[in-house]
Write a protein that binds this ligand. Structure first.
Ligand SMILES: N[C@@H](CCC(=O)N[C@@H](CS)C(=O)NCC(=O)O)C(=O)O
Length: 348
C-alpha cells in the first residue's frame, strides 16, 4: 500500500512538473560516483585560474577546486574531465548536463541564482574579484572619464558587459563596446589597438598582462567597477550535489583556519586519534561522528581533500602567490583571522 502511495505521489510530481532530484530522481552526486568521474567546465585560458599549458595539462585555482571536489566525491583527484567553455556556453553546458560543475571564473549574482534567471546553485565564493580596466601606459588614460567617447574591448555573455554600461551611464559618459566571444579575442582586440582599454575581472586582467611580451607597458586602473564574487556552480534543483560541493569549499577554508596543511595532515590525524578530547578536530577529520555520511561522502572526505590539494591558502599560493606566474595579493581572499572575508561555518 505504502509503495503504491509513493508511486502515485511520484507520478503526480512528474506530471505537475514539480520533480525534484531529492524526491524521486537521483542526485547527480550518485551519477558522478557511478561514472567515477567528475566533469568540470573551466575556462582554460586564464593563467592562475585555469590554463592549458603546452604539455596539455590544466592548472590553476579553478582546476584545484575541481580536484578537491573529485578527491572528496571519488577518493581520487585524477578522475576529472575538464571541458574548456566560453562565457556564453557555460550555463547551457551546465543546464544540459554536459558538465557536472562549473569551476570557471563565474560571478555569483541574483539573476544567475534565481529560478527565473539561470536557476543555478552557487557554492561559496572561491575568489572575491572586482571589474577593472587595463590600458596602455603611454595612452595617458588614468581614469574612467579619460575613456569618454573611446572604444572598450569586452567579452560577451558576462557580467562585465552590464557593469561597464552602468559605470559610463552613471557618469553620463559615452563609449563604444567592442564585443568578443572570449578572453583571447578581447586581448587580441586590445593589443591590436581596436580599443583604448580592455575590461574584465581584475584577476583576468592581471593574468592576461602576465602573458604579454612587455607587461610593464600596460596598467590596470585603480577604478573597481563592481563586486565579482567568483564561485563554482551546479544546477539549481539538486540540493544533495550543491550541499556536497558547498562543504568541500568550506573544508578548504576550515582547514586553513585550523592550520591543517598537506604536509601536516598525517600528524594532525595522529594527534586527533590519540586525543579523544579533541572533539571538533576528530569530527572534522572523520575520526568520530558522521559529518561526511550526512553529505553522502566518506567520513574522512576532508582528509582526502587536504592530502590532494592542501587547504585554501595552499591552493591560493600555488596558483596566485608571490612565486606564481600571476601574483595577486590575497586581500579580501584571506581568511577572516588574517583580515580577509573568508570564513567557514562550523563543522558540527
Ligand atoms: N566573472 C564574469 C566574467 C567572466 C568571463 O567569462 N569573462 C570573459 C570575458 S573577458 C572571458 O571569456 N574570460 C576568459 C575565459 O573565461 O576564457 C562573469 O561571470 O560573467
Amino acid at each position: 500500500m505504502r509503495k503504491l502511495l509513493s508511486s502515485i505521489i511520484g507520478l503526480t510530481l512528474l506530471i505537475s512538473g514539480c520533480s525534484s532530484s531529492n524526491q524521486i530522481g537521483k542526485s547527480r552526486l550518485d551519477i558522478i560516483k557511478q561514472r567515477n568521474q567528475l566533469i568540470c567546465g573551466v575556462s582554460g585560458k586564464i593563467p592562475g585560474f585555469s590554463f592549458l599549458n603546452t604539455n596539455g595539462k590544466y592548472s590553476g585555482l579553478d582546476v584545484d577546486i575541481c580536484k578537491a571536489i573529485s578527491a572528496a566525491f571519488l577518493e581520487s583527484p585524477n578522475n576529472i574531465q575538464l571541458r574548456p567553455l566560453t562565457a556564453a556556453e557555460r550555463f547551457t553546458s551546465l543546464r544540459t548536463g554536459e558538465i557536472d560543475l562549473l569551476s570557471r571564473n563565474t560571478t555569483f549574482n541574483l539573476s544567475r541564482d534565481s529560478q527565473k534567471g539561470n536557476g543555478l546553485s552557487f557554492a561559496p565564493v572561491v575568489f572575491h574579484d572586482g571589474q577593472g580596466l587595463m590600458v596602455k601606459i603611454n595612452s595617458g588614460v588614468k581614469d574612467l572619464k579619460d575613456l569618454s567617447n573611446k572604444s572598450i574591448c569586452v567579452g560577451s555573455g558576462t557580467t562585465t558587459e552590464q557593469n561597464i554600461n552602468d559605470a559610463f551611464e552613471e557618469k553620463s559618459l559615452k563609449y563604444t563596446p567592442i564585443k568578443y566571444q572570449d578572453l583571447n579575442q578581447v586581448i587580441a582586440g586590445y593589443l591590436q589597438g581596436r580599443c583604448a582599454a580592455m575590461t574584465s575581472d581584475r584577476s583576468q586582467l592581471a593574468a592576461a598582462r602576465s602573458s604579454f611580451k612587455n607587461p610593464g607597458n600596460h596598467v590596470i586602473l585603480d577604478n573597481i567597477l563592481s563586486k565579482e564574487p567568483l564561485a563554482p556552480a551546479t544546477v539549481g534543483n539538486d540540493e544533495r550535489l550543491a550541499d556536497a560541493v558547498r562543504w568541500v569549499i568550506y573544508a578548504l577554508i576550515e582547514a586553513e583556519e585550523k592550520g591543517i596543511t598537506q604536509s601536516n595532515i598525517n600528524q594532525k590525524l595522529d594527534l586527533a586519534k590519540d586525543n579523544k578530547g579533541m572533539k571538533p578536530l576528530r569530527r572534522f577529520l572523520g575520526i568520530e561522528g558522521d559529518l561526511g555520511e550526512k553529505l553522502g561522502l566518506a567520513n574522512d572526505f576532508v582528509v582526502k581533500i587536504i592530502k590532494t590539494t592542501g587547504n585554501y591558502g595552499e591552493i591560493y599560493n600555488r596558483n596566485l602567490g608571490p612565486n606564481s606566474q600571476v601574483y595577486i595579493p590575497r586581500g579580501l581572499n584571506q581568511i577572516s583571522k588574517q583580515g580577509g572575508i573568508l570564513i567557514s561555518p562550523p563543522f558540527n
